[in-house]
Design a protein around this ligand. Structure first.
Ligand code: HAM
Length: 417
């Protein structure tokens, strides 16, 4: 048996675990200020949910999904992203009765990608989806919420928001035709990948990393020239809203995103501080997805952020709040263990962090207390026990004081522990 995690997966604990918790909690708090409530959808769904939802021609569907047949012969997929599952739930649960619906989520996603720094096969997203509104105000709120999360984490100055529009279905179709006409003339000069995209998903050529493709792209038609008037007005309204809220952005006409369900607004928050995998958050509007998956004609807009990457950034910048320093329990003599456990139990119910080292004599336990960076040691020997008190020793200064057990919680609070 291989005693290693599978390729592209890892165990998240210790400081990385703290960073995940910090990111997830900050995001949740901000989402709640916008009136979003949490949804937890299954980690696997019928394979159709994703293949129909994200588009057959996308890399995610054609190359990266973990698809398997269960023992009953059902074809299932480990979710590669959150949106399609949330849309499936929106439909199954009949949520269109209560529009607008505002949901956020947090959890693992799975893509069979080549692992590298910031790219995993099991990664984690926090995301938000807003169903119902067809107006640009919804897009503006979603973008404001994303900004607020990055601001709460202290990383807003390390990211830039890139924004684009893919227009409505009509704009997208005429732009697609224009791209096919343009690139067909250079078919033999395109990279193999882009030649395949020309047939299946021409818009994806726009974010090719191949140098030759990039040169050809310079002369390619621009989406902005193919927008219907309504699409242009929609995008202008989104930009105006961001201006009104003083949220910075740059328009990137080449931004297309990797999933097929987007219409109108698309965006990414990108950092230069993490190397090649610098996109920390992405999203957009997906009018059409709910009906594509068999539901009513309800619009949606949302985003998802890669927790793994955001947590890396938070750690790199030393933005992780210091861990709470515990109180260390030091029974002096084995017979003091149970009386001290009773004290610890009481303190914990009052919210104090109390560490128990389980074994060792007094000097071993004091060493351990220093090692875990305890703020103070609570010591009790039989004399103290008889007197109904505990010695509280500050580990930084060495100062100590005898405190009555009945006053202990109040005393510790007054010391700021
Ligand atoms: P996405 O751009 O595919 O969009 O993923 C969102 C974020 O997840 C990325 O910006 C990145 O931070 C993170 N991510 C993606 N793949 C990996 C990976 N292999 N390893 C580490 N992090 C990764 C979506 O998933 C859409 N569902 C977003 C959305 C929600 N659009 C509308 N609503």
């Amino acid at each position: 048996m291989a005693v290693q995690p599978a390729r592209g997966t890892r165990d998240i604990y210790g400081v990385e675990g703290q960073a995940f918790q910090f990111v997830e909690e900050a995001a949740k708090k901000v989402a709640e200020t916008y009136g979003f409530t949490e949804i937890r959808t299954p980690i696997f769904e019928f394979a159709d949910v994703f293949s129909r939802g994200l588009g057959d021609a996308t890399d995610v569907v054609s190359k990266e999904m973990y698809v398997f047949e269960d023992r009953g012969g059902e074809k299932l997929t480990l979710r590669p992203e959150g949106t399609a599952g949330v849309v499936r739930s929106f439909i199954s649960e009949g949520m269109e009765q209560n529009l607008p619906v505002k949901l956020f989520y947090n959890g693992p996603m799975f893509r069979y990608e080549r692992p590298q720094k910031g790219r995993f096969r099991q990664f984690h997203q926090i995301g938000a989806e807003l169903f119902g509104p067809t107006v640009p105000e919804a897009d503006i709120e979603i973008l404001a919420m994303a900004w607020d999360i990055l601001t709460a984490l202290g990383i807003k100055d390390l990211v830039r928001l890139e924004l684009n529009t893919l227009g409505d279905a009509e704009s997208r179709q005429s732009y697609r035709d224009a791209l096919v006409a343009y690139f067909s003339a250079y078919k033999n000069d395109l990279s193999d990948d882009s030649r395949a995209r020309l047939e299946k998903n021409p818009l994806r050529i726009l974010d090719s990393k191949d140098e030759k493709d990039k040169r050809l792209l310079e002369g390619a038609p621009k989406m902005t020239d193919y927008l219907t008037d309504a699409s242009r007005a929609f995008f202008d309204a989104v930009c105006k809203g961001l201006d009104a809220l003083s949220l910075p952005y740059v328009v990137n006409p080449r931004l297309v995103r990797g999933l097929d369900y987007y219409r109108h607004t698309v965006f990414e928050f990108i950092t230069d501080s993490l190397g090649a995998q610098g996109t920390v958050l992405g999203g957009g509007r997906y009018d059409g997805l709910v009906s594509e998956l068999g539901g009513p004609a309800v619009s949606g807009v949302g985003f998802a952020s890669g927790v793994d990457r955001v947590a890396m950034l938070v750690r790199k910048q030393n933005l992780l709040p210091a861990a709470v320093r515990p109180l260390a329990l030091v029974p002096v003599g084995a017979e003091m263990t149970l009386p001290m456990m009773k004290i610890a139990h009481d303190l914990r119910t009052k919210g104090f962090v109390v560490d128990m080292s389980y074994s060792g004599n007094m000097s071993k336990r004091m060493k351990k207390a220093n090692k875990i960076n305890a703020i103070a040691a609570l010591m009790m020997g039989s004399d103290e026990y008889q007197a109904g008190s505990v010695t509280v020793r500050h580990l930084d200064s060495g100062d100590q004081k005898l405190v009555a057990i009945s006053d202990l919680a109040a005393h510790l609070k007054s010391e700021g522990f």
